[in-house]
Design a protein around this ligand. Structure first.
Ligand code: CDP
Length: 226
């Protein structure tokens, strides 16, 4: 199937499978995949390791903002990097998941990530996933998808994913974390998680990845012709 040079923006709640879906899309249509959450997670890891956030989630905003001027956060072979250190495994940990939403409320952090995403996404033929891609980062994206799913289904998927990587966390802990993140993400002042007016909703609670891809192909055919 041919698809024009567009930007596909995928937003939605935590653990709805946005990144898995985005990766499949990137592979299917030879698009570049950009995981905006990985950048927020990368900044969070950096903030934890350098003492810019404490256990009560109090953030040294001026200190962090200054330090971000020199951080070399980018994507490379196998995921996200700070300099030449691959941070992909660490940014998926519960320690980072616990602090990422507070960090993502900071406007200075959001500006930093937005700048990077717009730089990386300048080329088109990009699929990007996050919370505010269709509303703030790329409001002119030609195709916007808003993903949602039953919270318990989402928690089970994420707990299974973590267990497969050797990190067995209680289902309840995972559920609580994703509900907390959904709450903070939807209620923050700076570009909160919300559905863009022109986004198409995808509830994938009971869909397989193949179902989702078929759903997307139908939409692309309708919107852009074959
Ligand atoms: O994969 P998962 O749904 O767990 O989340 P993620 O995409 O890795 O994003 C982690 C966190 O980063 C979210 O809970 C948000 O707090 C923040 N985020 C954001 O604020 N804006 C984005 N565009 C992407 C992520």
């Amino acid at each position: 199937m041919n698809i024009p040079d567009i930007i596909i923006a995928i937003d939605g709640y935590s653990s709805t499978g946005k990144s898995s879906f985005a990766k499949i899309i990137a592979n299917e249509f030879s698009f570049l995949y950009l995981d905006s959450g990985a950048l927020y997670r990368g900044v969070t890891l950096f903030a934890i390791e350098n003492g810019f956030i404490n256990d009560n989630c109090e953030i040294d905003v001026p200190g962090l903002d200054k330090a971000l001027e020199d951080i070399d956060l980018h994507f490379g072979e196998g995921g996200a990097y700070i300099g030449d250190r691959c941070i992909e495994a660490e940014i998926r940990s519960m320690a980072v998941a616990d602090k990422v939403s507070p960090i993502a409320t900071v406007p200075e952090v959001r500006n930093f990530v937005d700048r990077k995403l717009r730089e990386f996404g300048a080329k088109k033929r990009v699929v990007m996933d996050g919370r505010d891609i269709g509303t703030t980062v790329f409001p002119n994206a030609e195709l916007k998808i808003f993903m949602t799913a039953d919270p318990l289904v989402r928690a089970r998927r994420r707990a299974d994913e973590m267990a497969a990587k050797g990190d067995s966390t209680e289902l309840d802990t995972v559920l609580k974390n994703l509900q907390e993140r959904d709450y903070i993400d939807s209620h923050r002042e700076a570009s909160p998680l919300s559905q863009a007016e022109d986004a198409i909703v995808l509830d994938n609670s009971y869909m397989t990845m193949d179902d989702q891809l078929q759903w997307l192909k139908n939409i692309i055919s309708e919107k852009f012709g074959k």
